[in-house]
Design a protein around this ligand. Structure first.
Ligand code: NAI
Length: 461
């Protein structure tokens, strides 16, 4: 097979130590890969004021495949997450995170073998956040049909190519009826095309409980971004923790593989880091590139090392990163059989990204106007065709009807609706009128399709 050039981002914190372990093991196996290193992380912030230099992104674009060590993201401020920027800039829409029981790693379960596929671009990770008043912060959760179809189709293709039997959509569509409801609808639509796979769905809360009681019941799971982020750490815990949890970010024709864990600043530079998660991520990359033979050799050596009780401290052992790496190299078998099914994600392109056709029935029937007010507002009851139909505070109806006994923040939603279709001019007139009394900060148009509301209704509305 032709050698491949792959970008290697060592990252910061424990990144350089665990990347070195992977480089040494790959060298011992003579994997036909030529590493091209690229910078990202804290050192770049100091040098360029940005955690991800444009050259690094360009290099990944050219090589199409990268292995990435962890990079630190400051909480609450500072530079943007390097990971999120890479995923979005390269359109890596599916995040694949296998959780498989490892021999010799003591956990509560000994039979976990599931693969979590997380949507990687949308949801609350769009980073669309605003302060609405000095007391109220808002984060928009965006779920789109093309984005959902892309990741769901990828999950089905991956499940099929790996000989998996069941695929479960995890959601909260009973509460987030439109956003999660759309994700679930897309799942059901795609499921019809894969009759050989058992397709079902489960609420995220129930899924968490089931996972910690009977994880072996799950096979492939597909989730929106935020749930996927949280549940994948839960799954990592089922098989030994963050030190053994690998991942891959997959796009149509490119992929970046990285461990689930972060830069672990608490143990950086001490020789305590477990390189398993990055090594397993690198192995996913080998399967992706078609180097299954080499990946199997590494897996066999890794399993033998763990079974022999040679483990890093996070897994209850005493080996340093270097001792552990050496032991894996010493355990490498001369050759390894390749299992029948690839044990790693399938490659794209599976993207399914048609835009919705324009629909004629999409009609404007009102607006939600969000205003700042220190007490219960009394806006105009009628503005042109629009009548005030609802006021809510933090989603709880406070008008019409008796004012509920709740604490009200200084941020109210005023809902205006019309009996007949309206235009933008009607909404502009509404805003002008409201602005005479209140400071408004956000407007949402209310649409209907054939009489069906394309917005959530308040209780009793
Ligand atoms: P973390 O994953 O770095 O560490 C959590 C705990 O797990 C720590 O006690 C750490 O010592 C331990 N741990 C993690 N990986 C380990 C390994 N390979 N071997 C042994 N022990 C390990 O999470 P934390 O502390 O919340 O985040 C640290 C930084 O990493 C933050 O700036 C965060 O934003 C960033 N981060 C980066 C990621 C990436 O680059 N892919 C992913 C997650 C977090």
């Amino acid at each position: 097979m032709q050698p491949r050039t792959v970008t290697l981002i060592k990252g910061d914190g424990i990144g350089p130590e665990i990347s070195q372990a992977v480089e040494e093991i790959f060298a011992a196996v003579q994997v036909p890969i030529h590493w091209e290193t690229a910078e990202a992380g804290l050192a770049c912030v100091e040098k360029y004021g940005n955690g991800l230099p444009a050259e690094t992104l360009e290099q990944i674009r050219q090589n199409k495949v990268a292995l990435k060590g962890p990079t630190t993201t400051p909480i609450g401020g500072g530079h943007k997450s390097v990971n999120v920027t890479i995923r979005k800039s390269l359109d890596l829409f599916a995040n694949v995170r296998p959780a498989k029981t490892l021999p010799g790693v003591k956990t509560r379960f000994d039979n976990v073998d599931l693969i979590l596929v997380r949507e990687n671009i949308e949801d609350t990770y769009g980073g669309i956040e605003h302060w609405q008043t000095p007391d109220v912060a808002q984060c928009l959760k965006i779920v789109t049909r093309p984005g959902s179809l892309a990741v769901i189709r990828y999950a089905f293709e991956m499940a099929r190519s790996m000989g998996r039997r069941r695929i479960t959509c995890v959601h909260k569509a009973n509460i987030h009826k439109m956003s999660d409801g759309l994700f679930l609808d897309c799942f059901r639509e795609v499921a019809d095309e894969y009759p050989e796979l058992q397709a079902d769905d489960i609420l995220i809360d129930n899924a968490c409980m089931q996972l910690v009681i009977k994880p072996e019941q799950f096979d492939v799971m597909v989730l929106p971004n935020l749930y996927g982020d949280i549940v994948s750490d839960l799954c990592a815990g089922l098989v030994g923790g963050l030190g053994v949890a690998p991942g891959g970010n997959i796009g149509v024709d490119r992929a970046v593989f990285e461990a689930v864990h972060g830069s672990a600043p608490d143990i950086a530079g001490k020789g305590l880091a477990n390189p398993t998660a990055l090594l397993l991520s690198a192995n996913l990359m080998l399967y992706y590139l078609g180097f299954a033979q080499q990946a199997r050799r590494i897996e066999t050596a890794l399993y033998a090392t763990l079974s022999a009780g040679i483990k890093t401290r996070d897994l209850g052992g005493t080996a340093t990163t270097q001792e552990y790496t050496r032991a894996i190299i010493d355990a490498l078998p001369p050759a390894a059989e390749v299992t029948e099914h690839p044990v790693a994600p399938a490659k794209g392109p599976f993207a399914h990204r048609e835009q919705e056709p324009e629909y004629e029935a999409w009609t404007l029937r009102g607006a939600d106007v969000f205003v700042r007010s220190d007490k219960m507002p009394s806006p105009p009851a009628q503005v042109g065709k629009l009548s005030l139909s609802l006021i809510s505070n933090r989603g709880t109806k406070v008008f019409p009807g008796p004012t509920p006994d709740i604490f009200m923040v200084n941020w109210f939603r005023l809902r205006y609706k019309a009996e007949t279709p309206i235009t933008n001019e009607d909404i502009q007139q509404l805003l002008t009128e409201i602005a005479r009394q209140y400071d408004w900060m956000h407007v949402e148009k209310l649409h209907e399709i054939n009489g069906q509301a394309m917005f959530s209704k308040a209780q009793g509305e």
